[in-house]
Unconditional design. Structure first.
Length: 386
């Protein structure tokens, strides 16, 4: 009996769990068993302090802040980095409970998934993740899902090619990842910028265009000289950083030609092959070097097709993102047909590439990483109704 048949035959019982893990094992992914209690710091650092309100936190005798794991990607990655396989290609699967406050929904729920570390053939690995994710939905009886994809590396490449002030680069990439205020910032910056309102506008403009580290050090020193220590619980460095960013933003430092290019970029969506053509046209018209990022997208689409994925039914959007800072490239979500993405609708499967995570977790050298999580609740609900 195949893994797919086993899951279908075990609907409504715990046997589907073994069948799902068997399907992952057949793909070469070894089951991981990370601890339920985890250091809270990595989750807060990588997902932002906003996640704190949804964590179940405690403190050990040494004062270290711990939490019940809110997902399994970071715990699996930490165990991999602590193993003898760190830095080498390795793939892991998992299935287990995670704990997160969800406002009226059960705070403990099951999550399954795959994490792949160390593979240098990034485009092929990305396509494999999407193919395996689709196999997971098919195994639960769902044959028709919405495939939504994006690539934050394209947006990062665009912002880098525009050679913006460092503060604007940080702000726009953060906005893109968090999916909170990018459109708002873009819209606000389309409005005419008021002329300088005080005698130090020129100084602020000079700071904005300089090296961020040097500018931050100068503002910090000036505040220290003025006798400032902390305000509202924030340190001098934190206040200086906020001051530098807000001063630059209020100064209207983002050029209008850059705004037009960013808007055109974010409007590209639809068929992946057509999107590649539009991206190349944009890069040529704006005289920007986006070739490496576009080539990676085109290569990924080719590997997706080679794995039997109908790319014509795959929606690509330059503005698509998963709302987490640690994604660095390919991102995707699978949704049930007819579901509109919103705060109340979870994806069936979701994941992407997060090459920067390993160094953030302590790896001395970058390690490629890509994976996805399966939302068991949503899959079993839709699968039983299919």
């Amino acid at each position: 009996m195949t893994a797919t048949a086993a899951i279908r035959g075990a609907a409504g019982s715990a046997a589907w769990a073994d069948a799902l893990l068997l399907s992952f094992a057949q793909g070469g992914y070894v089951q991981a068993h990370p601890g339920i209690l985890q250091p809270a710091e990595p989750f807060l650092d990588l997902s932002g302090e906003d996640i704190r309100k949804s964590l179940y936190l405690t403190t050990d005798a040494s004062g270290e802040e711990l939490c019940l794991r809110p997902d399994l990607t970071i715990p699996v990655a930490r165990d991999y980095l602590a193993s003898a396989s760190a830095g080498k290609p390795a793939g892991f699967s998992y299935l287990g409970p995670v704990f997160r406050y969800r406002g009226g929904q059960p705070s403990e729920f099951l999550q399954a998934g795959i994490e792949s570390f160390g593979r240098q053939d990034r485009a092929a690995a990305d396509a494999e993740m999407l193919a395996l994710a689709l196999e997971a939905t098919t195994a639960f009886g769902l044959k028709d899902v919405d495939i939504r994809t994006g690539d934050v590396a394209l947006f990062t490449a665009l912002i880098d090619a525009l050679n913006l002030y460092p503060v604007w680069r940080r702000r726009l990439i953060k906005d893109f990842n968090r999916k909170v205020s990018l459109a708002e910032d873009i819209e606000r910056l389309t409005l005419a910028t008021a002329p300088g309102r005080n005698e130090y506008e020129g100084v602020l403009a000079a700071l904005a265009g300089s090296d961020r580290k040097a500018a931050l050090a100068l503002v910090t020193d000036l505040m220290s000289i003025a006798g400032t220590t902390n305000v509202g619980g924030r340190t001098v460095a934190e206040i200086a950083d906020r001051f530098l960013e807000q001063s630059t933003l209020k100064g209207g430092a983002l050029p209008r030609d850059a705004l037009a290019i960013i808007k055109r970029f974010l409007a590209i969506a639809g068929d992946p092959d057509e999107s590649v053509a539009q991206l190349r046209a944009l890069a040529a018209d704006a005289k920007l070097d986006l070739a490496a990022a576009i080539d990676q997208l085109e290569s990924r689409v080719g590997f997706m097709a080679a794995r039997g994925i109908d790319t014509k039914l795959t929606r690509f959007s330059t503005s698509f993102g998963r709302g987490l800072d640690y994604y660095t490239g390919f991102e995707f979500e699978l949704h049930g047909k007819g579901n509109t993405k919103g705060n109340s609708v979870e994806p069936l499967v979701a994941g992407g590439r997060y090459d920067g995570l390993m160094t953030q977790l302590g790896s001395p050298a970058p390690i490629p990483a890509v994976g996805f999580s399966v939302w068991i609740e949503a899959l079993t609900k839709l699968g039983s109704a299919a």
